[in-house]
Write a protein that binds this ligand. Structure first.
Ligand code: 5AD
Ligand code: SF4
Length: 443
């Protein structure tokens, strides 16, 4: 047979939204790699463009349509260009996307990524496809192994998907479906392979990750058991997980934070509001006081735990008093980091038809809350100066001889020491705190 190899086809993927989408994009790139596609940084000259979308807030999903508008010019130059929409907007809007934007060839929901290669082949035949099923099988079963070219020392690893919590504002239970946990054995195998390729830190991903309940030999394991098993993998130095719900913070998981040195002292534990009335209206199923007591128990197990959170301001019915309660809760916790959002009504969610808070009032509340968070963040960073921390070196810094990595507490740390290499876990003393990062010296 003649060995005539065409140039590899080029695939451009744009990822919006959360870390789970980053992970999914990588897996889709691998699946398409098996079909002969290589990644390219720009839609220019690409044979296929995949937009992996986010539906969490209105602004996030609107981006899809403006980006699709821009892709029209590329499709005019190259009529063979395949355009696919993946992720949560694909799940939520399905065929509606193609009605609005006929240039889209494929619409594929997050549970159907293993069918992407077949959809691309259909597109090659000129067929348009939509797949937003929630199939019974594990989509990861049908995706190829990760390639060996992984040079980064950190990786995401999805252990759980979907959410059964139904917070009144949130689309995730509808776009990602019911909670499903991957079996323990598969996660351990994937982690082992990552470590063999040089990964030193894994972040376990799940929309409700601490609700993990995966099948294991002899029963079902929770997240704490999974973490302890992962910690026994030689060469894996650090374990993180995100995102957690306060009500699923089990006793054994809290204990693991005190006992398992590889489990990092950083916990993203969104509370959304500090007002009991709003928490109830949000269907969060706990009070502000219960959240604060939980934080106390976590800090009793791991006193240096750095906490991060998510907040929504301007949820329907939120008064100045409710907003003040949120600020009080933030003061009481002392976050090292937090994300805050103005409430965005999402069609199909229970809160969508409740009377909205005045936009300007919500803007002012968001500013006030963000100013408080920024102050806390600075204080926590400043408090790191003089402390000794672990730093996992990731990449070269901007200065000559400088390297950048993440501390145990997820702060970016710059260290000037030319001999360092990516993947090295070093001890450093923090010497300085800047606006977005720390500086340190090797010990
Ligand atoms: N409006 C604003 N913020 C939202 N989030 C989720 N849904 C909405 C919404 N409708 C925020 C929550 C969640 C984070 C991922 O996004 O704070 O924790
Ligand atoms: Fe959405 Fe998180 Fe609530 Fe689930 S727990 S509904 S993902 S905000």
């Amino acid at each position: 047979m003649a060995d005539v190899k065409a140039d590899p086809k080029k695939l451009h993927i744009k990822t919006y939204g959360c870390q789970m989408n980053v992970y999914d994009s990588e897996r889709m790139a691998e699946a398409m790699g098996a079909e002969g596609y290589v990644l390219t940084d720009s839609p220019e000259g690409a044979d296929m463009v995949l937009l992996n979308t986010c539906h969490i807030r209105e602004k996030a999903s609107e981006k899809l349509y403006s980006d699709l508008g821009r892709l029209r010019a590329f499709k005019e130059i190259n009529p063979d260009l395949k355009i696919g929409v993946a992720g949560c907007v694909a799940q939520a809007e399905g065929a509606e996307i193609q009605r609005r934007m006929p240039l889209v060839d494929m619409v594929v929901g997050p549970q159907s990524y293993h069918r992407l290669p077949a959809m691309v082949r259909a597109a090659d035949r000129g067929e348009k496809t939509v797949d937003t099923d929630f199939p019974a099988e594990d989509k990861f079963d049908h995706l190829p192994d990760r390639p060996s070219a992984n040079t980064r020392p950190t990786a995401f690893l999805t252990v759980q998907e979907g959410c059964d919590k139904f917070c009144a504002f949130c689309v995730v239970p509808y776009t990602r479906g019911a909670e499903v946990s991957r079996p323990v054995e598969r996660i351990l195998t994937e982690a082992g392979k990552l470590v063999a390729k040089g990964v030193r830190e894994v972040t376990l991903l799940g929309q409700n990750v601490n609700g993990y309940h995966g099948a294991a030999e002899g029963g079902t394991w929770g997240l704490a058991q999974l973490v302890r098993a992962l910690a026994r993998i030689e060469g894996l130095e650090r374990i993180r997980y995100t995102t957690s719900h306060p009500n699923d913070m089990a006793e054994d998981l809290i204990a693991a934070h005190g006992e398992e040195p590889k489990l990092m002292p950083y916990l993203h534990l969104p509370v959304q509001s500090g007002s009991d009335k709003i928490l109830k209206a949000m269907n969060r199923k706990h009070t502000a006081e219960e959240y604060l007591r939980l934080i106390e128990r976590i800090r009793a197990a791991r006193p240096d735990m750095l906490l991060s959170g998510d907040f929504i301001v301007g949820f329907p019915g939120e008064t100045d008093e409710d907003h003040r309660a949120t600020l009080d809760l933030i003061e009481a916790v002392g976050y090292g980091m937090a994300y805050s959002f103005k409430y965005s009504a999402r069609p199909g969610t229970p809160a969508a038809d409740r009377a909205p808070v005045d936009g300007a009032v919500a803007d002012a509340r968001l500013q006030e809350l963000q100013a408080l968070i920024t102050r806390q963040q600075r204080e926590v960073q400043q408090g790191m100066v003089g402390r000794e921390v672990g730093v996992l070196i990731e990449k070269q810094g901007r200065m000559p001889g400088q390297w950048t990595g993440k501390s145990d507490y997820l702060h970016a740390v710059h260290i000037t020491a030319p001999e360092l290499r990516p993947g090295q876990l070093v001890r450093a003393r923090i010497t300085e705190s800047g606006p977005n990062s720390l500086a340190g010296v090797l010990i």
